[in-house]
Design a protein around this ligand. Structure first.
Ligand code: ADP
Length: 394
């Protein structure tokens, strides 16, 4: 099962995208519709609202008079909290029920306008944001939905900003142009990413190993890593001591394979094992078999658990290590040393580019990894001197 969070500002095109995904076979969970359903006549929700705000919030036919409720509920913070305390748990429970009822191989698309505002990004395997320029959205809301312009602008202003949405977006769908264009992107997203991602999560199947193709440094790597780290922390819960972006993509200016290396710190390897299934459910199956070749550090002296991303479009190596072990410390030292010493970083760049070219045709990539490790081992001694001189700690 795969959980996709779909969000975007009002009028951006969430429903348009959600409907297309549903045509492909996604199970749609629509939070606006759930919010209406839980306060329909005859529901416990409507009864609680009447108890909290009085019978004046009912229309003559016994249904909820939304403007009347809004006048009372948005009058002050207390009232707003009272409204949320009634509605949020009911919406949450119903959402949970619908998700639990989906088949084990479902791709669930949760259409949730307030995903960003409510800080829910880490609950999904993937967050998809639909966006369009404000003026385009206003035009659509006025012409297609008959909203008053001032109302449309006020609604847009009250929502999260484009920057806030960008920070959580794994997929950014620009719907500022023709509808056909965004629908074509949605079709590709479904076929190339969501379908294989779902199968990988369900079958605990890592994406296949990647050739050592070195890409130029990508300025968005830190933000991408932060998004994945937030998900890892949420999945690991209290067993996570910390989680860090490590490896080449964590060193500004260093070209690297487009694989994010992350280190999840736990207290003991028993904790690492206890996390195995939780991480797999969250989209990071544990690596076993052929290419788990570096499941041990330091010739097996310092065990680690290797998990990798099941997302075919966002390669991640997640190294789960126990706190204060030598390999754990070295991962952080290596990163910080290269960040602080551009000459070493550039040396490393040259070594990587040379080795990648020399071993491009090598099917297992082991020779590339082994020879690179020789350079890395050499740098450790210099990094340790630097750590002693500067008082560096992990
Ligand atoms: P949301 O669910 O994000 O509020 P909708 O999907 O309902 O947005 O889109 C808002 C309105 O704009 C709808 O009437 C929809 O048909 C229309 N619309 C969506 N995408 C486009 C597009 N690319 N070009 C023109 N109109 C669009």
């Amino acid at each position: 099962m795969l959980r996709v969070g779909l969000t975007g500002g009002i009028g951006a095109g969430k429903s348009t995208v959600a409907n297309r995904l549903a045509e492909h076979g996604a199970v749609l969970v629509d939070s606006d519709r759930i919010a209406r359903e839980v306060v329909e006549p005859g529901t416990e929700g409507l009864e609680q609202l009447v108890a909290g705000f009085g019978a004046e919030i009912l229309a003559a036919d016994g249904s909820l008079d939304r403007p009347a409720l809004a006048a009372k509920a948005f009058a002050d913070d207390d009232s707003r909290h009272r409204l949320n305390a009634i509605v949020h748990p009911l919406v949450g429970a119903r959402t949970g029920e619908l998700m639990a009822a989906a088949r084990p191989d479902a791709i669930i698309v949760h259409d949730i306008p307030l995903l960003v505002e409510n800080g829910l990004a880490t609950a999904y395997h993937l967050v998809v944001v639909v966006d369009a320029p404000v003026e385009v959205r206003v035009r659509r809301l006025v012409s297609a939905r008959g909203m008053a312009e001032a109302d449309a602008r006020a609604r847009i202003r009250a929502q999260a900003s484009t920057e806030q949405r960008r920070a959580v977006a794994d997929v950014w769908l620009d719907n500022g142009g023709a509808e056909d264009a965004v629908l074509a992107e949605v079709d590709a997203l479904w076929a190339d990413r969501l379908v294989p991602f779902e199968a990988n999560v369900r079958l605990r199947r890592p994406r296949p190993p990647m050739a050592p193709k070195i890409a130029g440094y990508d300025l968005t790597w830190p933000a991408q890593a932060e998004r994945v780290l937030a998900r890892v922390r949420a999945a690991a819960g209290p067993l996570a001591r910390r989680a860090d972006h490590i490896g080449s993509t964590a060193v500004p200016g260093l070209p690297a394979k487009n694989i994010l290396d992350l280190q999840l710190t736990v207290s003991t390897m028993d904790d690492a094992d206890a996390l195995g299934e939780l991480l797999a459910d969250a989209g990071f199956p544990r690596l076993a078999g052929d290419w788990a070749d570096d499941a041990q550090d330091g010739d097996g002296l310092w065990p680690k658990r290797m998990h990798v991303s099941a997302d075919p479009k966002r390669p991640v190596n997640l190294h789960v290590r126990a706190e204060e072990t030598p390999a754990w410390r070295l991962a952080l030292l290596f990163r910080d040393y290269l960040r602080a010493n551009p000459d070493e970083r550039d040396d490393y760049r040259d070594v990587k580019l040379r080795l990648a070219e020399a071993h491009a045709a090598d099917p297992g990539f082991e020779a590339y990894a082994d020879e690179k490790q020789e350079w890395v081992n050499g740098v450790f001694a210099r990094a340790e001197k630097w750590a002693a001189a500067t008082g560096w700690t992990p």
